[in-house]
Design a protein around this ligand. Sequence first.
Ligand code: PSV
Ligand code: MN
Ligand code: MN
Length: 400
Amino acid sequence: MTEQQGFADITGRLETLAIEVPSWAYGNSGTRFKVFGSAGTPRTVHEKIADAAAVHRFTGLAPTVALHIPWDLVDDFAALRVYAEDHGVGLGTINSNTFQDDDFKLGSLTNADPAVRRKAVQHNLDCIEVMNATGSRDLKIWLADGTNYPGQADIRARQDWLAEGLAEIYAQLSDDQRLVLEYKFFEPAFYHTDVPDWGTSFVHCLALGDRAVVCLDTGHHAPGTNIEFIVAQLIRLGKLGSFDFNSRFYADDDLIVGAADPFQLFRIMVEVIRGGAYDGRPEDGHSRAALMLDQCHNIEKKIPGQIRSVLNVQEMVARALLLDTPDTRAALAVAQREGDVLAANEIYMDAFYTDVRRDLAGFREERGLPADPMAAYLASGHQEQIEADRVGGTQAGWNS
Ligand code: PSV
Ligand code: MN
Ligand code: MN
């Protein structure tokens, strides 16, 4: 098999790649040490959506943008939907936020105080109202809930409260909406977290029903965790709902996906494809996993940062699809069956090492897109234009 033939085999599947970008990637972000301002940063939700639309225009890869509530709160979400569609993108996942209100200091859905739990449930119900107006399918819940000290709280009772709160929220979803429960092993809580791992997310989703699924954020695991194994297992169980893609060197770094470890991104996409969660074959019980980004661009420009991110995903998806062409799949199956460890590994690594960049440039051109979206964006004058236009007002930040 030559590289050229291999690439020709995957273009149809590559065309279906869609990556959801987060509105908060366009706002200023930083660490607890400093949030740096940058020229051209959006001042409104509308400007964040316009930036997301620019990423889609140059890459053809990012047709939807996720919102975070209340960071992206507006009076009229139906009008925001029309605004987004006029710009060529749709509104995607609605992320609820119960981690920036003083009332949630000791927990939200898991708080010992029933009044606080009620407030947390209500916020999520409000988010479902937003979804009804935006036409969004997914409500994504990530909880900062946890404790810092052993004995601080009844960690078992908190699981029961969590189950009750989630059930109340789930009951309000329509038949075509999903609850997506994200896990994270630590931070901001340092002793225990109430949804720390895929197993905990899984058991809550299982109790809720078919439309409750797990979100896997690639930055939310202990170093050395075999994430692609979790991916394979969740797909087997029919519970992998979505990804929050980013990359990390140490903790939840939220860096550009594929920047730290492109091979890990490849391995993850191999399992997504292998499990049917890339193409989605509902007749075989496979639904597509939503591929989202959850990143912050603390020091680099935001739109180019997002362009680089979606291109990195496209590149690793292409290489992973190469492993799934009929001949290669058959050869790998033979090597695995025969216990030929080195041959199997060589076939796998061959796909990873295949340089698809030239083929991807041609693929884009054939579809009326720039061969090199990053260069085209930088040459377009768009960045200079928004930097000149967006003076005055308050720049949107990670929390506004
Ligand atoms: C938490 O670390 C998280 O990954 C959740 O997805 C939040 O919604 C997001 O980050 C905020 O950036
Ligand atoms: Mn996340
Ligand atoms: Mn995170």
